[in-house]
Ligand binder design. Structure first.
Ligand code: AVJ
Length: 709
């Protein structure tokens, strides 16, 4: 609806005064906690905004109503000068409530002059001032509710106040938009700056409830002991729950006929159908865990809110976004907490009515377990001696979800490139790992057994070169066999830190090493070790020894290998060393046989990647329409694995169609082979110095000790 700006100004300013009207001067002076502000402060601060940002700069000759107000009623606008401390706003018995009324009238009169013929450049500022005032209208109600709730008489703010009707009927799930979606403000007209720019995000499949979580559901959570079960809570949340004796949402009171809720209309029986309100992020998160669901991310929420049937989307609820709202406060997260929140408050033309509806916080819920941001290191500590404790299932599932989303992103990017490619790290799902294990036992595949022989035969020399007390950080531990071989040979190792993107691998490696060395602390880290990650705490001053066996370094392009080695040096820290396995350049026939064995195991390993895309991200590859090829690329000194399309075909992936020509390939892996001089200079380029190298009698494979330097 279009309203002339001057009219809009008068209506919004009058609305603030109408909201303050039921409040006595005493009511208006109270600040019930540091996060809240007195009603009269809200009235003055919104006025200060127009005075400071519009009248002073744009009305020649305008004088502040009172000079000190510039200081008293600045909230947090650093650029507008110093301000009165926020927690002390309740001490301002003067200026009186009546004087604040005069202040408003003074500014409104000057604004009326300005609005008669406002210069074009100030229009957006006026709009911002009005949006700002509407935010403070909601804050005023939130804050006065909290203030009146401190009064044992529970005085109503307005006995006639009505909360908006709740969406009727049970919740059902909607399929959220997935894949690449756009979020952020795209329209014309006003938006807060944190609502823009519009941008793309990638969403893995999820389902989201079509309405807010109800009080009835919350009562079930309470009856199930939700507030007494520490395992449901984040540890900070549990600490707050204990410290503040939470047993129900804020403003709930046990009464004779059941729970009652203090509302703007006074104490009322809890309405089971209404959305739950006045809960902290921690409570929402615990509820979701109890319900086997999770809170939606900001992007999921926003993408889903446009779906037909998303019943509360245009209503009064606010999204709780786990990434953005981490406040301990049980008050609604209003005013500048995050774009989604802003959108919910301010979107739409009938803003004011919705804004005042008084539904502050909500947990909505989706069905997937918690998402872990891809690439974030998640340290899973294991008792040094206990060994037996497995990783939490939730962590495993969470990591799996994040991985699926990364796999899909890589597949979409790699398969839409001119020369199709897929990163080789995706070869190693459970089936891929099993097949790779079988490869290592093939007669043609010499690297594993040769490296193992070097580690065994040279164990005393390696231990001597490494020295005592090392904390061994292994990048991609596989089944832990090589660590189980290396560690017992070393002098008093301090800890073993296996790092892998796939948590299920860590479990195996950790128990293998724990079996070999029961007293050695094992500290697995879930991380993509090609990205930066943090070492787990607890390694103390033990000298770090990186361990990167298996010629996995060969899977990187040479520049990537340098980048990886450089990053590893940073991750490991000062004085780091690195024990590195690297396959050597040799007869191409030997190399090609190693990657295209007679039994077809490597072919199955390569083709499993297509099965994996079918299984995990819903692709429809006809795997029998591809075959495995391994070739020695002499110029680049690497063995390449490809999947060759046997005929022209199309494959669907996440709603896209991917076309293959006959004979077109997906390049799935490169295994670079190194000449010793080249490896040494690669290491040097990354800030390492080779201090020792060991090889086998046939010079098939090499193991290097590098020192940061
Ligand atoms: C485990 C990466 C070292 O390149 O030799 C084996 C993987 N690929 N057969 C390698 C692999 C095909 C292997 N690395």
């Amino acid at each position: 609806m279009f309203r002339p700006l001057a009219l809009r100004y008068r209506q919004i300013r009058a609305r603030t005064e109408a909201l303050a009207a039921p409040l006595s001067p005493e009511d208006q002076a109270v600040q019930s906690m540091p996060d809240a502000s007195p009603a009269k402060w809200h009235r003055a601060h919104t006025t200060w905004f127009f005075e400071t940002f519009l009248l002073l700069p744009h009305r020649p000759g305008y004088r502040r109503f009172r000079e000190e107000f510039g200081y008293l009623f600045n909230s947090y606008y650093e650029s507008a000068g110093p301000r009165h401390a926020r927690p002390k706003r309740g001490m301002l018995t003067r200026p009186s409530t009546a004087e604040i009324g005069d202040y408003r009238a003074h500014v409104d009169a000057a604004m009326a002059e300005l609005l008669r013929d406002p210069p074009q450049p100030v229009l957006p500022l006026i709009e911002l001032g009005l949006q700002h005032e509407e935010q403070h209208q909601e804050l005023l109600l939130t804050d006065i509710l909290h203030a009146l709730a401190q009064n044992p008489l529970y005085p109503p703010y307005d006995p006639g106040w009505r909360d908006p009707a709740a969406a009727a009927g049970p919740a059902s799930y909607l399929e959220g938009p997935e894949g690449l979606v756009e979020i952020g403000w795209a329209g014309e007209g006003f938006a807060f700056d944190n609502e823009a720019p519009r941008h793309q995000v990638f969403l893995t499949p999820y389902r989201i409830t079509d309405r807010l979580v109800s009080n009835a559901e919350w009562l079930d959570f309470m009856a199930a002991g939700g507030y007494r079960t520490p395992g449901l809570w984040m540890s900070d949340g549990w600490a707050a729950c204990q410290a503040e004796d939470w047993e129900a949402p804020l403003h709930w009171q046990p009464g004779e006929g059941g729970w009652r809720q203090f509302t703007l209309a006074g104490l009322r029986p809890v309405d089971p159908a209404a959305p739950v309100r006045h809960i902290s992020w921690y409570e929402a998160e615990a509820f979701a865990r109890w319900a086997g669901r999770r809170l939606p991310t900001e992007a999921e929420w926003e993408a889903a809110s446009g779906l037909p049937g998303f019943r509360d989307a245009g209503g009064a609820g606010l999204a709780m976004d786990r990434q953005r709202l981490s406040s301990l406060s049980r008050l609604p997260p209003l005013g500048g907490c995050g774009r989604r929140v802003q959108r919910q408050i301010h979107g739409g033309a009938d803003g004011a009515a919705r804004r005042l509806a008084g539904h502050p916080a909500r947990p909505c819920a989706t069905e997937l377990p918690q998402l872990l941001p891809a690439g974030r290191a998640l340290a899973i500590r294991r008792a040094a001696a206990g060994g037996g404790r497995g990783m939490s299932q939730a962590l495993l599932r969470g990591a799996a979800t994040a991985q699926r989303s990364a796999l899909l992103a890589d597949a979409l990017a790699g398969l839409s490139a001119a020369r199709k490619t897929l990163p080789c790290k995706w070869l190693y799902d459970a089936e891929g790992a099993r097949l790779f294990e079988a490869i290592t036992r093939l007669p043609e595949y010499y690297p594993t057994r040769t490296e193992t022989r070097i580690l065994r035969d040279q164990a005393p020399a390696i231990a001597e070169a490494v020295g005592p007390g090392a904390a061994v950080v292994e990048f991609g531990p596989g089944d832990g066999a090589k660590a189980a071989l290396l560690l017992p040979g070393l002098a008093a190792p301090a800890a073993y830190v296996p790092v892998d993107i796939a948590p299920e691998w860590l479990e195996g490696a950790a128990s293998r090493v724990a079996a070999a060395l029961p007293d050695l602390p094992v500290l697995p880290v879930v991380a993509d070790f090609t990205l930066p990650f943090a070492l787990p705490p607890g390694l103390g001053r033990a000298p770090r020894l990186g361990f990167f066996p298996g010629s996995t370094i060969g899977n990187f392009e040479p520049e990537e290998a340098v980048a990886f080695l450089r990053r590893a040096r940073t991750t490991l820290g000062r004085g780091a060393r690195l024990l590195l396995g690297a396959d050597l350049v040799k007869d191409p026939a030997v190399l090609e046989a190693a990657y295209d064995d007679a039994a077809g195991v490597t072919a199955a390993f390569n083709l499993n990647l297509l099965h994996r895309l079918n299984r995990e991200v819903g692709a429809d590859f006809d795997v029998s329409a591809f075959h495995h090829r391994a070739i020695w690329n002499a110029a680049l000194e690497r063995v390449e694995m490809h999947l060759v399309s046997l005929w022209a075909q199309q494959v669907r992936l996440a709603g896209r169609v991917i076309r293959f020509e006959v004979g077109e390939t997906i390049h799935t892996e490169s295994s670079h082979k190194y000449r010793p001089e080249r490896l040494a200079s690669l290491a040097e380029a990354a800030g390492w110095r080779a201090v020792a190298a060991w090889t086998d009698p046939e010079r098939l494979f090499s193991v290097w000790l590098l020192e940061a330097g």
